[in-house]
Design a protein around this ligand. Structure first.
Ligand code: M6R
Length: 602
């Protein structure tokens, strides 16, 4: 969850580190710090503070040196304060860490260093352990130390007595590396260093990299050289700023017509869903007896849509699992199961661990991932990439709609391979699917109307969202969006379920969002709306054009698509609602409190 960066080369490290940290800030934004090797003092000098990278930049004004490491923190061990910020220094050793050292209390006691520690972090204990093992050979000290650690880590380490050199090592938590004529760079993700080279590699686990201005020397723990496969960055990093939008979230919402179109068209060939470019074999879709989707948060909500589509169209049973619960629930997974992991970042540790578990049970694995070369992509037997491009806002928008787009494509392909849809059926399905980008654009063009509705919610403390059929999982996602960025408590309900308890919470003026896009359920949804209205709720209905009726007073009209295809436009409308509530409340839309974009701790 934390972001780490390192640079050694011919330029001033300060600017490169701060710029990289600014990009990495979405991984955690409790505090930030940098250490730069100072050749006159022959020491790594550290500046760090609680707060944002901007606060650090104001503090770290006269740092000089050409080698350094930096960190942006999402607190796990110890509160948010200057002392707990990284980098941590112990003796000779200065380091930054992403991950969690589970046995740090034991190590602390064994080393008997409690008195000397300045922070409450597990990371400072790791620095002390490396320092304890250091007798002149840095690689050996780091290897000896990490062999004693349990947990996950990505470390970038510097030693006072070894100028202009950084060492990196990792277990699970990622480190990517690149170089150019100006030096060598490492970071938690490629976004932070992609501007320096489009060719990069992921540091292999359990190997150690010695990084100097001339490049990387990578060895395994037995001292044998390690080759890391090169990857190519295919995201347009130059276009990754806010491009005039006040927040990334707004920009990313607006990008959806394009990225959905791209994701769909990149996976259709000769009027058929096609995953050949992803090297996904049709057989995994045709032979499985069941599908098991594993993901977290928004990605799991995409999986819930996948479930409804695959079950109703392909008649294949699908279970959807929260990744964090998966392997503790004795799941029914074997050689006949296709496990589909969904992740924007490809680094969510719960999803990654669940994927490994599913593989160990013999399941075929397929991941739907946005970040190329990420851990989940590498671990999975098969990968379908979404073409969302970099998603920076913590609240996921375009990643979700492209994940759902991939589920539509998988459904159509599976249905064809299994005989649920013939060629004409698939053609009709894809024709309707390809109308989604225009429908999303129609909503974006009417965003002022949604903004108008958002005004009535600014002072709400609670809200409920109700819908039936596919509208229900759409609302689970809409509800998560609203609560994570506006801090309004929101719950989504299958409309028929509300009266089994929760309707007790509806009183005069309670805001309720109703979604009505499913033709076959319209009369039932109308009754459910009446039920809450008659208890005083202020209902705003997001309704598909053809399903409008005279009773609706406050409504937003959604474009017209067939039932199964209404979901993405509906969610985009509700993403906009959440966005306007948050921005009108004056909140930091892109960096909601307590959250981080990439969740790399269990
Ligand atoms: O990177 P992932 O897709 O694996 O992330 C999963 C969740 O952490 C993520 O979707 C989270 O729920 C979002 N912040 C929601 O907007």
């Amino acid at each position: 969850m934390c972001g780490i960066i390192g640079y050694t080369g011919y330029s001033d490290a300060r600017g490169i580190l701060l710029k990289g940290l600014k990009t990495l800030e979405y991984r955690g934004y409790d505090s930030a710090g940098i250490s730069v090797y100072h050749k006159d003092f022959r020491e790594c000098l550290t500046t760090k503070c609680k707060g944002r990278v901007e606060d650090l930049a104001n503090k770290a004004t006269d740092i000089k040196g050409k080698t350094g490491i930096g960190h942006t923190r999402w607190a796990t061990h110890g509160g948010v304060c200057d002392e707990n910020s990284h980098p941590h220094k112990f003796g000779e050793v200065t380091l930054v860490h992403n991950g969690i050292i589970e046995n740090y209390e034991n190590i602390k006691n064994t080393l008997d260093i409690s008195e000397k520690l300045k922070s409450q972090t597990d990371s400072e204990v790791a620095a002390a352990l490396i320092d304890r093992f250091f007798t002149g050979n840095p690689e050996k000290a780091i290897i000896d130390a990490v062999k004693k650690l349990s947990g996950t880590y990505a470390f970038a380490v510097m030693f006072d007595s070894i100028p202009d050199t950084i060492y990196a090592v990792r277990n699970v938590s990622p480190i990517v590396c690149c170089q150019n004529d100006d030096g060598a760079y490492i970071a938690s993700d490629i976004m932070a260093i992609g501007e320096y080279s489009e060719d990069y590699f992921v540091l292999p686990e359990f190997s150690i990299a010695k990084i100097t201005k001339d490049g990387f020397d990578i060895k395994d723990f037995d001292g044998k050289p390690v080759e890391a496969p090169m990857l190519k960055l295919d995201w347009d990093i130059k276009n990754s700023g806010k491009c005039g939008h006040p927040f990334y979230m707004e920009k990313e919402i607006m990008e959806q017509p394009d990225v959905i179109e791209k994701t769909i068209s990149n996976h259709i060939k000769d009027n058929m869903p096609d995953f050949v470019c992803d090297k996904v074999d049709d057989e995994i879709l045709s032979k499985c007896k069941s599908v098991c989707v594993i993901a977290c948060g928004t990605a799991m909500h995409a999986g819930l849509i996948g479930k409804q589509l695959i079950e109703s169209i392909c008649s294949v049973p699908v279970s959807v699992h929260m990744a964090s619960e998966f392997m503790y629930s004795n799941p029914i997974v074997d050689e006949d199961t296709l496990v589909i992991c969904v992740s924007q970042s490809g680094e969510t540790i719960d999803t990654l661990e669940a994927l490994k578990y599913a593989k160990s049970k013999g399941a075929d694995t397929l991941s739907i991932v946005n970040v190329r070369g990420s851990s989940i992509a590498r671990e999975s037997d098969n990968v379908i990439y979404t073409d969302a491009g970099p998603e920076i806002a913590v609240a996921s928008t375009k990643a979700y709609t492209t994940q759902v787009s991939v589920f539509y494509l998988i459904t159509a392909k599976m249905a064809y391979l299994r005989g649920n849809l013939n060629y004409e059926g698939v053609t009709n399905f894809l024709t309707e699917l390809q109308k989604i980008p225009a429908a999303v654009q129609e909503i974006i063009d009417k965003r002022d109307e949604i903004h108008h509705f958002s005004k009535s919610m600014l002072s709400a403390e609670h809200t409920f969202m109700i819908g039936r059929g596919l509208d229900y999982p759409a609302l689970l996602e809409a509800s998560l969006k609203l609560k994570e960025i506006s801090y309004i408590h929101s719950e989504a309900f299958a409309s028929g379920e509300l009266k089994h308890g929760t309707i007790a919470l509806i009183t005069s003026g309670t805001p309720v969002i109703a979604l009505m896009t499913q033709q076959y359920l319209v009369s039932k949804q109308v009754s459910n709306i009446r039920e809450v209205q008659s208890r005083g709720a202020d209902v705003i209905t997001f309704v598909r054009k053809s399903l409008k009726n005279d009773e609706l007073v406050n409504y937003f009209e959604l474009p017209e698509l067939e039932d199964d295809f209404m979901l993405i436009p509906s969610v985009v409308a509700l993403q906009l609602l959440a966005y306007y509530v948050s921005s009108d409340k004056g909140l930091d839309v892109d960096k909601p409190r307590n959250l981080a974009k990439v969740v790399t701790v269990e």
